[in-house]
Design a protein around this ligand. Structure first.
Ligand code: NI
Length: 135
């Protein structure tokens, strides 16, 4: 799939913009903890992720990270508290702050962060997802 199929030039060189439907995009994958890029805004990417069970403790040295819950409920554990984020809510995790997301039941979320950010921060393990994986 062309990675910017929502923005393209027509024959007369006009830019065509197509809307993006989250539900249709979520139907395209089933794996957990594997962010899929659906759009870019300048240097930022919009990624859809299905999450369930526990992720690893990590932080992002160079960037804040936005979590928006589209369906279900997630939790983000910080060193001194755990935040519950429900459908229709969002949270910004500041740069450098340790966090551990988890969900008791499958939840569908959007992450907004700069292009090139690794989901597990500095760690490389079985939860490290491929970067720039467009759907
Ligand atoms: Ni993170």
């Amino acid at each position: 799939m062309c990675f910017t199929d929502y923005l393209f030039h027509s024959g007369s060189n006009k830019i065509i913009m197509k809307k993006i439907n989250f539900r249709k995009k979520f139907e395209k994958f089933s794996e957990h903890w594997s962010p899929k890029v659906i759009a870019e805004l300048n240097d930022y990417q919009f990624k859809l992720v299905k999450i369930k069970d526990d992720f690893v403790w990590h932080n992002h040295e160079h960037t804040d990270e936005a979590f928006i819950v589209i369906e279900g409920k997630i939790f983000i554990e910080f060193e001194n508290r755990t935040e519950e984020i429900n459908k229709g809510e969002m949270i910004i995790v500041p740069k450098g702050m340790n966090h551990r997301p988890f969900a008791k039941n499958e939840a569908k979320i959007m992450i907004i962060e700069p292009r090139g950010v690794k989901n597990t921060g500095r760690l490389n393990n079985e939860l490290t997802a491929p970067n720039d994986d467009w759907i």
